[in-house]
Design a protein around this ligand. Structure first.
Ligand SMILES: [Fe+2]
Length: 473
């Protein structure tokens, strides 16, 4: 797709979203309120579990660890997570932690030097009554086998448990391979388990866990950008169209399914991590290193090893389910959470593709300006305050055009994140550019973009790069 086509899409969607912003569901807004206070006090919790994934517990220092991901660091983080969910549960009127789910990639390679300390950390920290809900995929098999994984964790790689009267189903592949059709031999088994769960109680949700995100069999629109929004993906992922579509068709018959998928390494705090249509799907992000969207975005932001968020899921007596997003670094919940008011009833679902049209577009504070603290031969430093509704703002499109130059194409452009994955989100964004021509007048423009690719109005500033001075040396 050409740049100008993308621009046209952007402009069209920006206008449409601007008009639709006022029509956003009040329930959706409610679910974006304080994570702990969206459910009425008298609607008591009757089931609680946590979900994390992609912990990537590394081996000891002599093994090939990723920079920033040592066993000491991950041991500390995972211990902190397990301790927090235990303490959080114990301090509430409903004090149980019924289940603890880890949705694949619990270790880097699956070697015992990683797997055993991971298991021991988990077992040491959890209350005795908490059931494990565990899946395995590629990173659990690089240095190990299915049999060894089952032996260490004492559970089959795919299992069906009833916990507190609710059905929990896990599905894992038998090896590292990953492709459309990877679950062909297991799909009948899955179908039987789902039918069994519905026969038990059709009004209850079915919690389903597998490592790879579920894709649609076909893209929503193969010709439209961005593909992370219009491609095959359901929940947002570090790569558009990532994940097998095997379960998509089967789940159409089971609106009770609430699916959790790992592997994305993408922040849970993007509302695109929740997706509903006939069934519900949630991305479980990572407790280790972050991966953002690919081009034109920067996939590996600074501080990506500091990110760690996971869910605490609470089922209420009314049937309502609340997914709170826990931020490990601060040991607090972020102000975004997901609510399923009536599981199994798709007409009540809030996180549908309709958000592409209804999601609020970013809005600047009155008088918002781009500040330019300094200029250089090839650019300069640029700073701006984030939008008024920064909780809806995913990124900014920054463009540079030479003064008086006609044509829609910018001379230089860059997408930068709103750093929404940090908590708290920073008040301002700083950007450095060094690809411009010396002693040239430019206009810099910043356009905010929402989590569903809707554009806010741009703001602009004029400046001139400095003269190219020859070096004295
Ligand atoms: Fe992973």
């Amino acid at each position: 797709m050409t740049r100008s086509h993308q621009d046209k899409n952007r402009r069209r969607k920006g206008r449409r979203n601007f008009l639709a912003a006022a029509a956003v569901s009040p329930l959706l807004m409610l679910s974006r309120g304080a994570a702990d206070e969206t459910i009425a006090d008298d609607d008591e919790v009757i089931l609680r579990f946590s979900v994390t994934s992609d912990v990537h517990f590394p081996g000891p220092p002599e093994t090939n660890n990723l920079p920033g991901n040592t066993q000491v660091i991950q041991q500390r983080r995972f211990t902190k997570m397990v301790d927090w969910v235990r303490r959080y549960s114990a301090s509430h009127r409903y004090p149980r932690l019924d289940a603890f789910a880890v949705n694949g990639d619990m270790t880097d390679t699956g070697a015992d030097a990683e797997r055993l300390p991971f298991r021991d950390t988990m077992d040491r920290g959890l209350p005795p009554e908490t059931k494990r809900v565990l899946t395995v995929a590629d990173h659990g098999y690089f240095a190990s086998t299915r049999e060894h994984w089952e032996e260490v964790f004492g559970t089959p790689i795919s299992a069906h448990q009833v916990i507190g009267g609710y059905h929990f189903i896990t599905l894992s592949p038998p090896d590292t391979r990953f492709y459309d059709g990877m679950f062909a031999e297991q799909i009948d088994w899955v179908h039987q388990q789902l039918k069994q769960a519905v026969a038990d109680d059709p009004e209850k949700p079915i919690f389903f866990f597998q490592h790879y995100p579920i894709s649609r069999p076909e893209p929503r629109d193969a010709n439209r950008q961005p593909q992370w929004l219009y491609g095959r993906s359901t929940i947002r992922c570090h790569q558009a169209n990532w994940g097998p579509s095997d379960l998509y068709g089967l789940f159409q018959e089971f609106p009770q399914v609430i699916d959790f998928a790992g592997d994305s390494h993408y922040p849970i705090c993007d509302p695109g991590s929740a997706w509903q249509d006939r069934f519900s799907a949630f991305g479980t992000g990572t407790l280790c290193y972050l991966k953002m969207l690919e081009e034109p975005y920067w996939k590996y932001p600074e501080g990506r090893f500091e990110y760690a968020q996971f869910y605490i899921v609470e089922v209420h007596r009314s049937g309502r389910i609340h997914l709170k997003i826990a931020n490990l670094a601060t040991e607090t919940f972020i102000p975004l959470s997901f609510v399923i008011p009536a599981p199994g009833h798709p007409d009540s679902y809030l996180y549908t593709d309709a958000r592409i049209d209804s999601y609020p577009v970013p809005v600047w504070e009155n008088g918002a300006k781009i500040k330019i603290p300094y200029t250089t031969e090839h650019g300069g430093g640029f700073r701006f305050e984030q939008t008024k509704n920064r909780e809806n703002t995913q990124s900014y499109w920054i463009t540079f055009r030479e003064k008086g130059k006609s044509g829609a194409e910018p001379d230089v452009e860059k997408y930068v994140w709103s750093e929404f994955y940090r908590y708290p989100v920073p008040d301002s964004i700083e950007y450095y550019e060094d690809r411009l021509r010396p002693q040239t007048e430019y206009e810099v423009t910043v356009t905010p973009i929402s989590f569903f690719a809707g554009e806010g109005k741009p703001i602009s500033a004029a400046f001139k790069t400095v003269e190219n001075r020859p070096s004295h040396y």
